[in-house]
Design a protein around this ligand. Structure first.
Ligand code: DGY
Length: 322
């Protein structure tokens, strides 16, 4: 059995790095999700696991892998890994920060624009051959984006990249929440650090960019939607469980908010069944980082962390212990 356990198919260039380093690996080329608790033989010998955010790596998996030194997540978020359990066992956890920032910010803006300008509805209308000519009161009147107020919940790398697009490209006013104020971003973009209730009350668009944690799970419930403006649009490209999806559905049905652009869902891969019937929702299947260039960079980064740790150099992108 192999030294490195790769739970899903990854890019050939990343595999080539392991070959160059003379490392021995088992690669799930079938690319179907694995039940890790049934992979005792692979885990018993594994010194490294390269995984995706859909692989739940808990204490039980770690205990089945007594030689494990590193868990390299091919994602920037790592809520699929019990980092505290890994730390207790002396196992390093790494992620892929930075390489997917711009790509995810692009998708955030794509969802914001699509929801504001009703692009998906209009596209379906066009394909159905319903366009009968330009009218002042066309069926797909949307809302302006340029010059509006964007509330960013979590001003980390991706939140900042979204704020730059909004302020520099669309002349938007930026409000934000974060663990601490970011004076350099305030200077650069004129962003204002506010409380979550103030952000919710004042924003035309609210975009979520905070990691999923015990503190942020269900940060958005009916109580938060009640504080938002009835025309406001919620964008979530972070993690689904930050929003209580049943409450979001109610908020959209009752007109507490104007729309939503969603890349992530509470119980992926399932989305709340009522979302599909709501015309004011744009939904995509967790594609924030889904460009070939970005996914290749993520795979390379995960594998580079493994080669660094197994050669004794230490991790390049260790995650912080909670
Ligand atoms: C991540 O890296 O956490 C993203 O959700 C992947 O698209």
């Amino acid at each position: 059995m192999a030294q490195i356990f790769i739970t899903r198919k990854i890019f050939d260039e990343a595999i080539a790095l392991l070959d160059e380093a003379g490392l021995d690996y088992w690669h799930n080329e079938a690319d179907s999700p694995l039940n890790l608790s049934g992979m005792a033989a692979q885990l018993a010998e594994a010194e490294a696991i390269v995984c995706l955010l859909t692989d739940k790596i808990d204490a039980q998996v770690m205990d089945a892998a007594p030689k494990l030194k590193i868990i390299a997540n091919t994602a920037v978020g790592y809520d699929n890994i019990d980092v505290a359990a890994a730390t207790e066992r002396g196992i390093i956890v790494t992620n892929t920060p930075g390489v997917l920032t711009e790509c995810t910010a692009d998708l955030t803006f794509a969802l914001l624009l699509a929801a504001a300008r009703r692009i998906v509805e209009a596209d379906a209308y066009m394909r159905a051959g319903k366009f009968a000519g330009w009218e002042l009161f066309q069926p797909h009147l949307g809302v302006d984006v340029y010059g509006k107020t964007l509330g960013i919940v979590g001003m980390g790398r991706i939140g900042t990249a979204v704020a730059r697009r909004a302020a520099l490209g669309f002349n938007m006013k930026i409000l934000y929440t974060a663990n601490n104020p970011k004076p350099e971003i305030e200077r650069e973009l004129g962003a204002q650090f506010v409380s979550l209730p103030d952000l919710l009350r004042q924003s035309d668009f609210v975009s979520i960019h905070t990691p999923l944690s015990a503190q942020t799970r269900h940060l958005f419930t009916l109580a938060e939607f009640h504080q938002m403006q009835p025309h406001a649009i919620l964008i979530n490209t972070a993690r689904g469980p930050i929003v209580k999806e049943a409450d979001l559905v109610q908020a959209l049905q009752r007109g507490l908010i104007g729309g939503a652009g969603l890349d992530v869902f509470e119980e992926e891969p399932i989305a709340h069944p009522d979302l599909a019937g709501l015309p004011n929702v744009v939904m995509v299947p967790h594609i924030g980082s889904a460009t070939t260039e970005t996914r290749r960079r993520m795979a390379m980064m995960a594998v580079e962390n493994v080669t660094a740790v197994l050669s004794g150099r230490g991790p390049i992108n260790p995650v912080r212990t909670p």
